[in-house]
Design a protein around this ligand. Structure first.
Ligand SMILES: [Zn+2]
Length: 413
């Protein structure tokens, strides 16, 4: 549904017609930019059927119907051509523009996936979040009870089923908004290293037992679940990034593609939190690779450009994030995926306090570097889901392995 309202620009006083899409959420933040004086004005559309209320930070809403020179179409949940000032310009209607790019079926399918994800969040997120807490607390009585709500057929007949089930739930929950296949590919590569008949299988089992009692592992899981929680709770702000990620061409091919909402302060925190947490997992993960490939957790394959090669986990922790990732060299898909999903350049840029979302230009600016389009930032923020899931699944392997071993090797499914 589109709501048509007339507003007065707080800068130049010109009347502007806003054609606002009433979105999926009750409170829809947005902004518009005046085509005459380039001033940006934030607003919120509050939809409580049958009422629609508009809140503007400046300027005013003018009652009644007015012919205006400027008509601005806003769907704050879809990237759209900013230079399309009218309905009849290509991109003037964000949804039609999307249908032109993806074809009507493709646009429908994409929309369906977004709706499915929103539906899952609305219906299940609170229960799933509680289950994550029980899992971290290893409160198996409450966990098993809570799990029954989600997976009717799963009876936790073996302890390792719990590790499997909770991660399966995270996959089911988020699969509608996977735009690339990098997560399943990274997961497959990891699993291919830890095979029961590997050269150092016995030692891997012994390391798994150590790791399953290692407080660092539980703390890592907890921090990754925190990342997952923040991601889900900011999903409304991130979903336009999912749409941007689902377009077939690089974003700059579509002209000035903008998302007319601003969630930069919250999403900057999400980006930095996920980036740092995933890198903190690398010391443990690289130990596991060392064990599986060379038979000891501290047998590192040192890249030639590391100044002080680490000998222990605590020394490895002290490496810069950039140096830590160099130890992923033995995992081709991980190396590729890590760089794709966790953009160091972006992380460093948004870490500067003076960086802000300039609404008039639709970019992150404030430093001397080239501005980053906010739509690109959203697309990259959407990708953070994959390393969260990948690292959680990588940590799951030793826990499953340790539980199976303690269980006398029973792998009944
Ligand atoms: Zn103006």
């Amino acid at each position: 549904m589109v709501s048509r309202v007339t507003v007065r620009c707080p800068g130049c006083d010109q009347l502007i017609t806003l054609r606002l899409s009433v979105g999926a959420s009750e409170v829809q933040p947005f902004y518009y930019v005046c085509g005459k004086c380039n001033a940006a004005t934030r607003g919120r559309l509050i939809a409580k059927p049958p009422d629609l209320k508009l809140e503007l930070e400046a300027g005013e809403q003018i009652e009644g119907f007015h012919e205006t020179e400027q008509i601005v179409t806003i769907d704050a949940n879809l990237p759209a051509r900013f230079d399309a000032r009218n309905m009849w310009d290509p991109g003037g209607s964000p949804f039609i523009f999307l249908s032109m790019i993806l074809g009507p079926k493709g646009a429908d399918a994409l929309n369906g996936r977004k709706t499915q994800f929103r539906h899952l969040v609305k219906g299940n997120w609170v229960d799933l979040k509680r289950l994550l807490r029980y899992y971290i607390d290893r409160n198996w009585t409450m966990f098993d009870k809570g799990l029954g709500k989600f997976l009717q057929e799963t009876n936790v007949s073996r302890p390792w089923h719990r590790h499997d089930a909770i991660h399966k739930l995270l996959d089911i929950f988020t699969a509608p908004i996977w735009a690339q296949d990098i997560y399943p590919r990274m997961k497959a590569e990891w699993n291919s290293i830890f095979v029961p008949k590997g050269t150092y299988a016995e030692r891997v089992i012994s390391l798994s037992q150590d790791l399953s009692n290692d407080p660092e592992i539980i703390e890592l899981q907890e921090h990754l679940f925190d990342c997952f929680t923040t991601y889900v709770e900011e999903h409304d702000a991130i979903l336009p990034g999912f749409v941007a990620e689902s377009l077939p061409e690089p974003l700059d091919q579509y002209g000035d593609l903008r998302v007319l909402r601003d969630d930069f302060p919250a999403l900057r925190d999400v980006y930095i939190q996920v980036f740092e947490t995933c890198h903190k997992a690398l010391p443990v993960l690289v130990e596991m690779v060392n064990m599986a490939k060379r038979g000891a957790p501290d047998l590192y394959l040192h890249p030639s450009d590391i100044r002080r090669p680490p000998r222990t986990r605590s020394q490895f922790h002290k490496l810069t994030s950039n140096d830590k990732t160099k130890y992923l060299v033995e995992l081709q898909v991980w190396s590729e995926g890590w760089a794709f999903c966790l953009d160091r350049h972006l992380r460093n840029r948004i870490g500067h306090r003076q960086v802000r979302h300039d609404l008039s230009t639709g970019t992150l600016s404030g430093t001397s570097d080239d501005p980053i389009p906010y739509t690109v930032f959203l697309a990259e923020t959407h990708r953070l889901l994959y390393p969260i899931l990948t690292v959680l699944n990588a940590i799951k392997i030793p826990l499953v392995c340790a539980d199976m071993t303690a269980d006398g090797g029973k792998v009944e499914t």
